[in-house]
Design a protein. Structure first.
Length: 284
């Protein structure tokens, strides 16, 4: 399998290094790190989609709001057609219909915005995430994070609730229908109750874990002491459904990143440095 690391959306919140840990100006940079996996017999597989074409062209259409205005203002979201997964797939010489499977870490608007760009794809998601995303909510965050226009055109859902043989001590969902056995879902609740990472075994035997929003900043992994910028620390608290579960899974992932660094590389969805290193073939 060949793994491509894509940025399918850029946020530039006011705060600079208080978010990304490196910007010198007023605005920081956060990414929507997605994977495009070429398989021999199973077509193309996307892990998350970032923002989609309709997000770019109709983000606030009345009755079909795809990106809540408070979040667009807070994150200073830059919506560009060339950043969408479908345009990047086409630029690589593939057809959109070549994307046969999409695995979503969760269904927040910045991870599922491009689902309707690939209506023929099978979408794999945890059952709890699907249930929460398709239920009406009164709480402000829950009411805004999941956007029904992203989900309405999906024709084929595959939903999972059971765990199989453990993966490095984590529960794992194995043997995803239509996908090779080297791709697993790893439940990591806390950011949402149905949040999951996606583990991919590379041809050299090493694993890549796309951890979604289980953490947000590179300093939260690969070091004995957790480090996170103030902006991302606050954003994680805003979006979590359970601090206990989120921080507990972060602790477990941090231990994995240290103890099995020869076997597993870990990257989250929004850190630009992690994305750049993965694109260069030298993951942190």
């Amino acid at each position: 399998m060949r793994i491509h690391h894509l940025n399918c959306g850029t946020d530039c919140p006011v705060g600079g290094a208080l978010y990304d840990g490196r910007s010198l100006g007023v605005h920081g940079t956060l990414v929507c790190h997605c994977l495009l996996i070429e398989t021999d017999a199973h077509g193309l597989v996307l892990v998350d989609t970032g923002y989609g074409l309709n997000d770019v062209h109709h983000p606030h259409e009345h009755g079909r709001i795809r990106i809540p205005r408070p979040w667009r203002a807070m994150l200073n979201i830059k919506l560009r057609e060339e950043d969408t997964a479908i345009r990047q797939v086409e630029a690589m010489g593939f057809r959109p219909t070549d994307v046969r499977h999409i695995i979503v870490t969760h269904l927040d608007f910045d991870h599922a915005g491009g689902l309707d760009d690939f209506p023929a794809a099978t979408v794999h998601v945890m059952q709890r995430e699907f249930d929460d995303a398709t239920t009406a909510h009164d709480a402000f965050v829950a009411r805004n994070r999941w956007r029904t226009p992203h989900l309405n055109d999906v024709r084929n859902w595959r939903r999972y609730s059971s765990a199989g043989e453990p993966w490095f001590g984590f529960d794992a969902v194995r043997d995803l229908p239509g996908l090779p056995p080297e791709i697993l879902m790893i439940p990591l609740p806390g950011h949402t109750w149905g949040h999951a990472g996606v583990a991919v075994q590379r041809d050299d035997g090493r694993w890549l874990l796309h951890a979604g929003d289980a953490y947000f900043y590179r300093g939260e992994m690969r070091t004995a002491r957790r480090r996170c910028t103030p902006g991302l620390r606050a954003y994680q608290r805003l979006m979590e459904v359970s601090a206990e579960h989120r921080l507990g899974n972060q602790d477990r992932l941090r231990a994995l990143s240290l103890e099995r660094r020869g076997d597993v590389s870990i990257a989250c969805a929004h850190d630009p440095v992690e994305l750049e290193r993965c694109q260069a073939g030298r993951p942190l």
